[in-house]
Design a protein around this ligand. Structure first.
Ligand code: DC
Length: 226
């Protein structure tokens, strides 16, 4: 039997709960969950490891891409991110050091262009639930299903604080909320592929709902829209 191929685009701001929901939805649909933030984080991590300065010298990061390979490869049926032929260091990608520069990296136009094909190549995996900021608008504008998942800033700060390792030591609800607002502003005002819902995306407000409830809302929509 031929494997079905379709894409579900899940976009939304930082700490909106979209990753958890996308993962749960992938389980329900029997598809592959792909986190595109990890691609930007992997490149930010590599740039930092090489001592580059993405904010003041973005051209160094663009130069770095010439010797870089990045791809999701299936291992035992699950996609695993590989950077330069090695499994990407997942824990290192979630440190505050990487979080501090990743927005700078994500606004470099040539780097986003370079990542276009990396992301579109994932189509061949079959049922793909891809999560990011511009999946419905830029990467897969023809995706069969598009959702924009969000939550209030306070709720998002609470969620971020509950994730260990993601925030600097001594962080408070206020400092985390301010950091999230700063990232949002950078992500939604950058010139290339700013964070915004696709015109045909379904908006999902997640305050007061568990990830399971939200995943079920999305799955229900997909079932009703064959
Ligand atoms: O989802 P995340 O927090 O891991 O994303 C990390 C950064 O990458 C964030 O600053 C937004 C950016 N990003 C993006 O610009 N486009 C995407 N499709 C995914 C992430």
């Amino acid at each position: 039997m031929e494997q079905p191929i379709f894409q579900v685009a899940i976009d939304g701001p930082a700490a909106s709960g979209k990753s958890t929901v996308a993962r749960l939805l992938a389980q329900r649909l029997g598809g592959h969950y792909l986190n595109t933030g990890a691609l930007y984080r992997a490149l930010a991590w590599k740039a930092l490891s090489l001592g580059l300065h993405p904010d003041t010298h973005p051209e160094e990061v663009v130069e770095m891409l010439k010797g870089t390979t990045l791809a999701y490869r299936l291992r035992q049926g699950a996609p695993v991110l590989h950077l330069d032929g090695q499994e990407a260091p997942q824990e290192a990608l979630r440190t505050p050091q990487v979080a501090a520069v990743v927005s700078q990296v994500a606004k470099i136009p040539a780097l986003r262009e370079w990542l276009l094909e990396v992301q579109r190549d994932c189509r061949h995996l079959g049922i793909v639930i891809m999560e990011g900021r511009d999946i419905g608008t830029v990467i897969f504008p023809q995706a069969k299903y598009k959702f924009f998942v969000t939550a209030s800033p306070l709720e998002r700060a609470r969620r971020r604080l509950a994730q260990t390792g993601e925030v600097p030591q001594g962080a408070t609800l206020e400092s985390v909320a301010a950091d999230i607002a700063r990232r949002d502003a950078l992500d939604s005002t950058r010139e290339v592929a700013p964070l915004r819902p696709a015109p045909d995306a379904i908006l999902i407000q997640t305050d007061g709902h568990t990830p399971d409830e939200v995943a079920e809302m999305l799955a229900a929509h997909i079932r009703q829209t064959p």
